[in-house]
Design a protein around this ligand. Structure first.
Ligand SMILES: Nc1ncnc2c1ncn2[C@@H]1O[C@H](COP(=O)(O)OP(=O)(O)OP(=O)(O)O)[C@@H](O)[C@H]1O
Ligand SMILES: [Mg+2]
Length: 350
């Protein structure tokens, strides 16, 4: 739940999604009368050594001059856990989590930064004490440090370092907040973002986070499969996968086994959630560049046995057309939930 700062002046934040394959930047501005998209930039990262250079170029070419950025980390050095804790204030929670952490994380407590928040669902235990569900996040300090340095070296100010899967959830919550349709608060949706190296799953009830997981399979694996199948190099396979004209059958055949494996793995997570929460995942929303892979949506629908939908995180947010390439932003919509979720931090009460 985000609280608008009613007395804030016009302010902007850039959500900077530093993907493995592509940089995505979305600037949101709070005009006082609502949120507007005031900047958008995008660019492929030619090699892992050129990440900073690509960010600089993307921001420059997009004409984004705001320095306040929200970025995110992800991967095996970031641990997310949903735990039960006795009812307490947010201040108390921060301190308590450090004591609790070693039960839940595979690292030394000294090695990690820990944060958490109550998910605002208070239950009573069998002894009658009230308990709350808490989202705990632990990230390796050296990962955060390296990440923050990279951003600062670009002359940017990191206002928040978030986690990919939460940004995904926040983008969905923002979309719901700006939607005129009132969705059922109890409806369970799964957000599935298929990037280049990983697939993020985030299951929400209404807009409350219930479960999240990262699977280390993504677009690069589809490309690898195609390059092996066709005995071509990765570069050629990547281009062919993105522009399949006339080769649809061959590409579908090459990537199908990886799609099947990924879909089955995601389904295991849905099953786990459904067993734990005794509630069905009703709808699946897919995003990420690799969600455009030929055959992905059909495979997911068949394996999940439920509807799979694309979504545009900016669907209900006005775009300032003189600052933003409107056509480009629409074309890249499926890749933008994380950048939008990051910039939605603008709305956090400050
Ligand atoms: N038209 C397309 N068809 C199929 N795949 C595509 C297409 N366009 C982009 N991709 C794939 O999407 C991926 C990039 O998407 P995205 O920007 O979501 O990933 P990323 O954020 O860089 O990666 P990660 O989240 O894993 O760090 C690449 O694997 C790319 O091959
Ligand atoms: Mg990504």
């Amino acid at each position: 739940m985000k609280v608008r700062n009613m007395f804030s002046r016009k302010k902007s934040v850039v959500g900077l999604d530093i993907g493995t394959n592509e940089i995505k930047a979305v600037e949101l501005t709070d005009t006082g009368e609502g949120v507007q998209v005031t900047g958008f930039g995008w660019g492929r990262i030619p090699s892992p050594e050129q990440v900073s250079e690509t960010i600089r170029t993307v921001l420059h070419e997009a004409g984004i001059s705001g320095k306040r950025v929200v970025t995110s980390v992800s991967g095996r050095s970031v641990i997310v856990r949903y735990i039960n804790m006795p009812d307490m204030t947010n201040e108390e929670l921060k301190a308590a989590l450090r004591f609790e952490a070693d039960k839940y994380i595979p690292f030394e407590v000294d090695e990690v930064d820990i944060d958490g928040q109550s998910l605002q669902e208070t239950d009573s235990t069998s002894e009658g004490e009230s308990e709350m569900k808490v989202l705990m996040v632990a990230a390796k300090k050296d990962l955060i440090q390296e990440h923050v340095s990279q951003v600062q070296d670009l002359g940017l100010t990191p206002v928040v370092v978030d986690v990919d899967c939460f940004a995904l959830g926040n983008a969905y919550a923002l979309r719901q907040m700006n939607s005129s349709r009132l969705e059922d608060e109890e409806t369970v949706v799964a957000l599935v973002d298929v990037g280049a190296t990983k697939t993020n799953i985030h299951v929400l009830r209404g807009t409350t986070s219930c479960f999240s997981r990262e699977i280390y399979v993504g677009g690069n694996d589809f490309t690898d499969s195609l390059s092996r199948h066709q005995h071509m190099d990765d570069y050629e396979a990547e281009e062919l996968k993105r522009s399949p004209d006339g080769h649809e059958t061959m590409i579908t055949e090459a990537v199908q086994p990886v799609l099947e494996d990924l879909a089955s793995e995601i389904l295991l997570s849905f099953d786990y959630f459904e067993n734990q929460f005794d509630q069905q995942v009703a709808e699946v929303f897919i995003s990420g560049g690799a969600s455009r892979t030929l055959g992905l949506k059909e495979t997911f629908e068949r394996v999940f046995g439920r509807e799979v939908r694309d979504w545009d995180p900016l669907e209900n947010i006005p775009v300032k057309a003189d600052c933003v390439d409107v056509e480009a932003i629409r074309e890249h919509a499926c890749q933008l939930p994380i950048a939008v979720g990051l910039s939605s931090r603008l709305l956090d009460s400050a």
